[in-house]
Design a protein around this ligand. Structure first.
Ligand SMILES: [Zn+2]
Length: 409
């Protein structure tokens, strides 16, 4: 994660949706004489950002909880007043597929406008057979009709729904429902690429998580884990032992967990926006993870309860200023390693010949400005496989410092 490989005065040639060549414009232009030219001078072109952890399909936002938290109300109190994750569950169950699709599409456009071209979206607000399938169908429709690259994750084990909380036997019934009833349908319908479990004391134990994830692997799904967010419960070690694609959150990861991830191919996905938004001082030990040799990714955790931001570069700011990452490490975490966390390491997240032409153009003159102007929307264009994700804004018009555009490129 040491060097981001930044090149100056470089042109990127795209053919049939893939990066065909990289070099100076003078060398590339004769070989691509018919090409449409997009002038990126005065800007910085990066791989399209890969947001490998979101809950982007939801109904109502939950802004009323923010003030309650500020006033010192705990999670249980907020839940008692009708908030918390169960309010998102109730709300999602009451909505139609079309409503959820329309709401999510608007939010995806906002995400793309900040530089994101690939996004993972989890289910997990349905928590019943029909509603989990409904959510995954919405994600599938978004994948088919949104200009972004979308990866679906089945997170049936996000929480124990209220109707299964009355006794231990009822809890066990929910587990049985997940593994015996829901998972076979997810597999049969081919509507998810990964399975995920919220492994945390009081939600799903390490043993329960292991059972769900092993069954998911049998069903052909890749594995992800919400691990060690609040307590060091062994989620990271579990992820490494299962060779999961990623272990996510990790604010409370143990020394053993750090060593386990460093010795594995499992990506450590950190979500510093969540802790910022919740006002919690706890931070994932990014430095210790990177220095031990773990691959670290950053993601937004975009969701209505704990991280309602569509601004991925802001997460890079937190990576540098809060998690003490270098700018190169933060950019790699949001591109190369995000792609690895989604099993797409050979497809997206790099500007290199053969990769999908997933690109983001920022109105800055130095890559270090990306996490610097925090909160600003600096992105002026994103492309997936060479096609625009959100409308390209002419950089020269926006940026008076950049030279006049000439048709000669
Ligand atoms: Zn999450």
């Amino acid at each position: 994660m040491k060097g981001a490989g930044i090149l100056e005065n470089t042109a990127v040639a795209v053919a049939r949706g893939r990066i065909a060549a990289i070099g100076t414009a003078r060398h590339l232009l004769p070989a691509f004489a018919d090409a449409e030219i997009i002038d990126c001078r005065g800007g910085v072109l990066t791989p399209g950002l890969v947001d490998s952890h979101t809950h982007a399909v939801f109904g109502k936002p939950r802004f009323e909880e923010q003030e309650l938290r500020a006033a010192g109300r705990g999670y249980m109190e907020i839940e008692a007043q009708g908030g918390g994750i169960h309010s998102s569950v109730r709300d999602l169950r009451a909505r139609t597929e079309n409503e959820l699709f329309d709401l999510a599409l608007t939010r995806l456009r906002a995400l793309a406008s900040y530089g994101t071209t690939t996004i993972e979206i989890k289910s997990g607000y349905g928590l019943s057979l029909d509603d989990e399938l409904k959510m995954l169908r919405v994600i599938g429709r978004l994948a088919a009709s949104s200009p972004m690259r979308i990866v679906a994750t089945w997170l049936g084990a996000h929480e124990i729904p209220h109707e299964y909380r009355s006794s231990d036997d009822r809890r066990k019934e929910f587990h049985r429902l997940l593994i015996d009833d829901l998972l076979p349908l997810v597999k049969e319908q081919g509507i998810a690429r990964f399975a995920d479990v919220f492994c945390e004391p009081g939600v799903f134990t390490v043993e329960e998580s292991r059972a769900i994830l092993e069954a998911s692997r049998q069903a052909g799904l890749g594995l992800k884990i919400h691990a060690d967010e609040l307590e060091p419960a062994g989620g990271a070690e579990l992820a490494a032992s299962l060779n999961a694609a990623s272990a996510d959150h990790l604010a409370a990861i143990s020394e053993r967990g750090i060593r386990a991830l460093a010795a594995s191919d499992t990506v450590a996905t950190l979500l510093p926006g969540t802790m910022l938004f919740l006002g919690k001082p706890k931070l994932a030990p990014a430095r210790a993870l990177i220095d031990a040799g773990a691959a670290v990714a950053l993601a937004t955790d975009f969701n209505p309860g704990t991280s309602p931001t569509v601004n991925f570069p802001l997460i890079l700011t937190l990576g540098v200023s809060q998690l003490r990452m270098s700018v190169a490490e933060a950019i790699i975490a949001a591109t190369v390693n995000g792609a690895a966390a989604l099993g797409l390491a050979g497809e997206t997240g790099q500007i290199a010949p053969g990769f999908s032409a997933d690109l983001a153009l920022f109105q800055i003159s130095d890559a270090r400005e990306l996490p610097y102007w925090y909160g600003a929307r600096l992105c002026v264009g994103t492309w997936k496989a060479g096609a625009p994700c959100h409308p390209y804004e002419n950089l020269a018009k926006l940026n008076p410092r950049s030279p006049e555009i000439s048709t000669a490129g």
